[in-house]
Design a protein around this ligand. Structure first.
Ligand code: TTP
Ligand code: CA
Ligand code: CA
Length: 654
């Protein structure tokens, strides 16, 4: 790793300020990733046009070749050369080809009905009825990138949170602390009088070389001239670490990514989206106010959705600048104590949420929405076979063959018209789980639906396994490899060489984060920080045909490329405000929400919105979670199309 570049000056400090603003205690707190030290450094790394880059690398296309990733007739990722032609996710393949005839439009890999394995099929787009999308190729690349990131950080000084299929947060604090002690030995001396509240000496630095970073300006040029303090040095070192990681990803795997480096997750995430592609943005503490004040708060993480709308309608503005004048008391009054305080802090760039290592998989789901609906058992069974194969290949990755970890329960969800039903059963323990067993269990659950009648036409089926347990073998279970602080080994253990092989389906177990409790009421769940379809959700559920879901991150990007065409056919999802083209697309999208909800239930992570809507959804959730391990039924009325609105919206991460 290259070392940060400092222009050393004489130790005499010109500005008259002889001590740092920071204390010995604040310095030491870096070692424990404390959220309360102003010296902490958080980075957010997000891959550029991720799926598109995966296809570019796989196909070996030229860097400047416009390329988009197609799902049925829509586009789900567009590389930057193609964006120059005005192509975005809103385009159909036909429109995109008109804009750029030389565009390569690569369809995602699919499982074909009856097949044993997914593959890239040339005719997939025309076979939405018989194919199911596989995101495995992208999951594999995601894992490789994550493994590389972890390998490039010292194993005992890293904290890496995978936030979605193409992004991570890094808490670089402890690593930076160790670099501080190496480079500035005076910091290792005990504080004067052994008093940790004593101020540190100033850094022996007058100018920091920010190289190619996009540096967010300060409001006041005067401050720029001021001597840097330790927070600037820390963030500079962070920026160098991130630059090296990005270079390694580029060199080793061929991908470009963008990054934000700042004092917390909120700001680092805003930073990574600030300049794309292949750039990094540093937001120093002293630049925060200026950076945020010109921004619309609806771009900020958690303020893109319902809460954002509520704030706009309450205070009649979208500008952070205007909200800065609103006293905290008034925010509390209008939004409730917790949310008021949270908003007051957020627009000031204050965020004390932790970067948490989340790697344990808790459940896996494979699903398909049928358009047209399916009408017979033979068809359903073919899909169950695919689901079983899909899930089994991920289980293999999770160590099920070695009995390291295994799921306890299997669930089948069936949707017919307005009814969604689910059945659950135990997975027999004792012998090594295999694909045939999964398939048999799935079929048995399906037979139970049939015995009750009213199965056809079926619009959605989804199979999931959950209740993962560490296997009891003499071996070291995979859980041990996933322990915090031991993550380098974990990443190596999961790294596969064979790109065509099955890949782990990542379902990171989420830890509770430190955030304002009041804000939770707006969350249907604790969510990851990005708008990507969660890697764990089958993307057949993110839309069919021309329909796509507008995800959280879409609101981040002001390029307009992700905006929806304002046609009269556009339907708005009452849960997340996604705009869908037509009723079919909306139904598909709602299925997707349902699948996500079901997964959340699997996770046992049911932080559903409690205010405004304690009705239908909560009951639904309760019904689902009450199903015991023995095969038990829970029949749900359709609540998805009409009753999911109030307070159910997932907050958007800006
Ligand atoms: P994003 O990070 O939102 O977008 P991106 O990586 O394509 O482009 P950017 O350079 O602006 O970050 O999403 C990551 C991947 O998730 C994306 O490549 C494809 C997938 N995705 C969808 O399938 N549908 C969607 O609506 C969105 C937003 C993403
Ligand atoms: Ca991205
Ligand atoms: Ca992303």
């Amino acid at each position: 790793m290259s070392s940060p570049r400092f222009h050393m000056s004489s130790p005499v400090h010109g500005t008259g300020r002889r001590k740092s603003r920071f204390t010995y205690r604040q310095l030491t707190l870096l070692t424990s990733y404390s959220t309360s030290t102003p010296l902490r450094v958080i980075a957010h790394i997000d891959l550029d046009a991720f799926y598109a880059q995966c296809e570019m690398v796989r196909l070996g296309t030229a860097e400047d070749q416009p390329l988009a990733v197609q799902q049925w007739q829509g586009l789900i990722a567009v590389n930057y050369p193609a964006r120059e032609f005005g192509i975005g996710r809103h385009c159909t393949v036909t429109d995109a080809k008109k804009l750029c005839p030389k565009l390569i439009s690569q369809h995602v890999a699919t499982w074909r009905e009856g097949d044993e394995k997914w593959a890239y099929h040339d005719d997939a787009a025309a076979h939405i009825g018989t194919h199911k999308v596989s995101l495995d190729p992208y999951r594999l690349q995601s894992r490789r990138i994550l493994a590389l990131i972890k390998e490039s950080l010292p194993s005992n000084l890293q904290r890496v949170e995978k936030a979605s299929i193409d992004e991570v947060f890094l808490d670089l604090s402890a690593h930076i602390h160790s670099i501080f002690l190496q480079r500035f030995p005076e910091l290792a001396y005990p504080p004067p009088y052994d008093d940790p509240t004593e101020k540190l000496p100033l850094p022996p630095v007058t100018a920091l070389d920010w190289q190619a970073d996009a540096l967010v300006d300060f409001e006041d040029a005067e401050i720029e001239a001021d001597d840097p303090d330790w927070d600037d040095v820390a963030i500079l070192i962070g920026s160098e670490i991130v630059r090296d990681i990005r270079a390694q990803i580029r060199r080793t795997l061929g991908y470009t990514c963008s990054a934000g480096i700042a004092g917390n997750k909120l700001l680092s995430k805003l930073g990574s989206g600030y300049k794309k592609p292949n750039q990094q943005t540093v937001i120093r503490n002293r630049a925060v106010q200026h950076f945020l004040s010109d921004m619309k708060f609806t771009k900020i993480r958690n303020l893109g959705g319902k809460l954002g709308e509520q704030v706009v309608s309450t205070f009649h503005t979208e500008a952070v600048k205007d909200l800065l004048h609103v006293p905290v008391e008034q925010m509390k009054l209008k939004l409730g104590d917790d949310t008021g305080v949270w908003l007051y802090n957020t627009i000031r760039g204050i965020d004390v949420s932790e970067v948490s290592s989340r790697t344990q998989i808790k459940s896996m789901l494979s699903a398909k929405s049928f358009r047209p609906y399916i009408n017979n058992q033979e068809q359903a069974v073919k899909w169950l076979r695919i689901f079983a194969a899909d899930i089994f290949s991920r289980l293999v990755e999770e160590g099920v063959l070695e009995n390291k970890r295994r799921p306890k329960t299997i669930n089948l969800h069936h949707r017919q018209g307005v009814q969604t039903r689910s059945r659950q059963s135990n997975i027999p323990q004792g012998k090594t789980l295999d694909e045939a067993t999964l398939f048999e269990l799935a079929k048995n659950l399906f037979i139970q639906f049939i015995q009750e009648g009213k199965v056809w036409p079926c619009s959605n089926l989804s199979l999931s396994v959950g209740g993962f347990e560490d296997g009891i073998t003499g071996n070291r279970g995979i859980g041990a490899f996933l322990l915090k602080g031991d993550e380098a080994r974990e990443s190596k253990g999961n790294l596969r060489e064979d790109p065509a092989g099955p890949v782990t389906h990542e379902r990171p177990e989420k830890k509770r984060r430190v955030e304002s409790p009041g804000i939770q009421r707006f969350f249907p769940k604790r969510e990851s920080s990005s708008g990507d379809p969660e890697e764990s959700i089958d993307d057949d559920l993110t839309g069919t045909g021309n329909s796509k879901i507008e995800t959280k991150e879409a609101s981040l990007n002001s390029s307009g490329s992700r905006l929806w065409p304002a046609t009269e056919y556009v339907k708005v999802c009452t849960r997340c405000n996604a705009r869908l083209e037509g009723a079919e697309a909306l139904q598909s999208h709602l299925d997707w929400h349902l699948a996500k909800d079901l997964q959340e239930e699997e996770r046992g992570n049911q932080t559903f919105a409690s205010h405004q809507s304690t009705g239908s959804r909560s009951q639904k959730t309760a019904a689902a979670s009450s199903s015991s391990l023995s095969s038990k039924k829970s029949t749900r009325g359709s609540t998805s199309s009409t009753k999911l609105e109030q307070g159910q919206s997932k907050l958007k991460f800006g």
